[in-house]
Design a binder for this molecule. Sequence first.
Ligand SMILES: C[S@@+](CC[C@H](N)C(=O)[O-])C[C@H]1O[C@@H](n2cnc3c(N)ncnc32)[C@H](O)[C@@H]1O
Length: 190
Amino acid sequence: MATYNDVSERLLVKAALDVALTPERVLIGGLGVGFSLAEALNDRRVSQVKVIEIVDKVIEWNQSYLAPFSNNSLEDYRTEVVHADLLEWIHRREGQFEVICLDIDNGPDWTVTEANARLYQKDSLVALSDLLASNGVITFWSASPSPEFVERLRHTFHKVIELAVPQEGHDADYVYIASLPINPVKVDQR
Ligand SMILES: C[S@@+](CC[C@H](N)C(=O)[O-])C[C@H]1O[C@@H](n2cnc3c(N)ncnc32)[C@H](O)[C@@H]1O
């Protein structure tokens, strides 16, 4: 989490918005500095953005010190921030989203807590696919490539793309883009 570079954090969202057909409802995992949130709000097709953030201070700082970095995104009427652990929240299966963008770790193979590792395992990927509406797209941020994660994504989702995002002065960041499961039976619970 840093204020000096927002390229891949924004691309995490832009890549999903570019391929989603009707991106109205967006779920973001990890508020951070709010770059990803700001990128979602830049798209006028987006009517609501729900952000799940585990650290209450991060939410508080986004209302004060960090607000300029996201163009005061918490003030936007489309934004709802939920103070919760994403790992638990996704299993409540509350709502449907055309776009889901997740950036809570350094990547699937380098998580910030041991508990977060579960996000990249099958049961969480299935819970996330249940939260995706028809034509939905999900993206994951990573600081390093993860071929094993790509394989796991392929078991749950229809199409998986690995995007390397070149960075000045250090190794590329990665964005993993996946779309709906092959044979979804979806009930839209708008
Ligand atoms: C790298 S930052 C996100 C950066 C963000 N994409 C941006 O544009 O600034 C990761 C965020 O995820 C949060 N986080 C970490 N584990 C989480 C969890 N289990 N549930 C929800 N949020 C979590 C951290 O507190 C932090 O705010």
